[in-house]
Design a protein around this ligand. Structure first.
Ligand code: COA
Length: 292
């Protein structure tokens, strides 16, 4: 394993390598779903960001973002994609790329970075909430319509639109390793769980959903591995999506904020949960937690 260097793109030719990483990271069949080099070049030269991770002269990861603006937040940095070659996963490269992005965004006057991701993807949930300290107040069913890459194919493109408040104590503590998500045991007696699940063979499926708002903290189970489930039982994968649509919309409409991803290993099974808290954004960004 070589040394990884994090740096700006050197020339336009390198953008083809970035496109190759995109194709590999998302499992795209061809380049039709990738961002073309000329758009990346335009983003780089108009206030956007493209950083790459290089190993032995080869691009193995990248992060791409541009300026965004909306009614609620004013100006922010919008992070469109972060991707790492499959062969290079699990080495903390994505985390380093996000930290490079944070440094760049602070130097360029931003306090907020926003992006979307599929809330059913456990790896992304762990990465975004557990390692980076994002929060989420927005949910969009079928945000992009139909997508064809292997991560998204066959299921609606439901998305969280997460906020990464890069100068907040919450984020500083999380990326500095001075804070961690609570464990399942730490919160289990404090929460309401609207989703009940059961095992169908070796796959966990939704049994029932009961929505209620009497509790300040809500714990929502989502698939341990949606990709495996989709390969083995597309109907049940779709059912998860449709049931959790109701759950996310219901709680987010009522002022709950998604604040953590909580993983659980039980009898060799990987289970995933989101913790939702009915609170204002200020205590959250200060780093307050009701479970400690
Ligand atoms: C998302 C991505 C950038 C992360 O990079 P990475 O190097 O694989 O990430 P890491 O190795 O740092 O993190 C993997 C973590 O997820 C966990 N994980 C893996 N599968 C999981 C699952 N199904 N459920 C919960 N957690 C899971 C791992 O246990 C690991 O946690 P740990 O570090 O505590 O052990 C990379 O996987 C990627 O390029 N994916 C495709 C593109 C993408 O989804 N980009 C983000 C949206 S724009």
């Amino acid at each position: 394993m070589g040394n990884i260097v994090y740096r700006d793109v050197r020339d336009a030719g390198e953008l083809w390598e970035v496109m190759d990483v995109m194709k590999d990271a998302w499992g795209m069949e061809d380049y039709t779903e990738a961002v073309p080099p000329h758009i990346m070049w335009a983003i780089m030269h108009n206030g956007g960001l493209l950083k790459v991770a290089e190993e032995d002269g080869r691009v193995v990861g990248f992060v791409l973002g541009f300026t965004g603006r909306d009614e609620r937040h004013g100006l922010y940095h919008y992070s469109h994609m972060v991707g790492v070659r499959r062969s290079h996963r699990g080495r903390g490269i994505a985390l380093r790329l996000k930290l490079e992005q944070r440094k760049w965004a602070i130097n360029n006057g931003y306090s907020l970075v926003i992006w979307t991701y599929d809330p059913h993807q456990g790896l992304n949930a762990r990465f975004n909430f557990g390692k980076l300290g994002v929060i989420n107040r927005e949910f969009y069913p079928n945000y992009y319509g139909e997508m064809r890459d292997s991560i998204n194919r066959g299921l609606p493109s439901d998305r969280f639109r997460v906020e990464w408040w890069i100068q907040s104590p919450r984020v500083e503590m999380r990326i500095g390793g001075r804070d961690r998500p609570p464990s399942f045991d730490e919160v289990k007696d404090l929460v309401y769980m609207p989703v009940t699940t059961r095992l169908k063979g070796s796959l966990r499926v939704v049994e029932d959903v009961k929505l209620a708002t009497r509790d300040e903290l809500v714990l929502v189970e989502f698939p341990g591995d949606i990709n495996l489930l989709r390969e083995n039982d597309l109907r049940e994968a779709l059912r998860w999506k449709l049931e959790l649509r109701k759950v996310f919309s219901y709680y987010i409409d009522r002022g709950y904020i998604v604040v953590e991803h909580i993983p659980l290993r039980e009898n060799g099974e990987r289970r995933n949960f989101y913790l939702l808290w009915r609170t204002g954004i200020n205590p959250l960004l200060r780093g307050d937690y009701p479970w400690r």
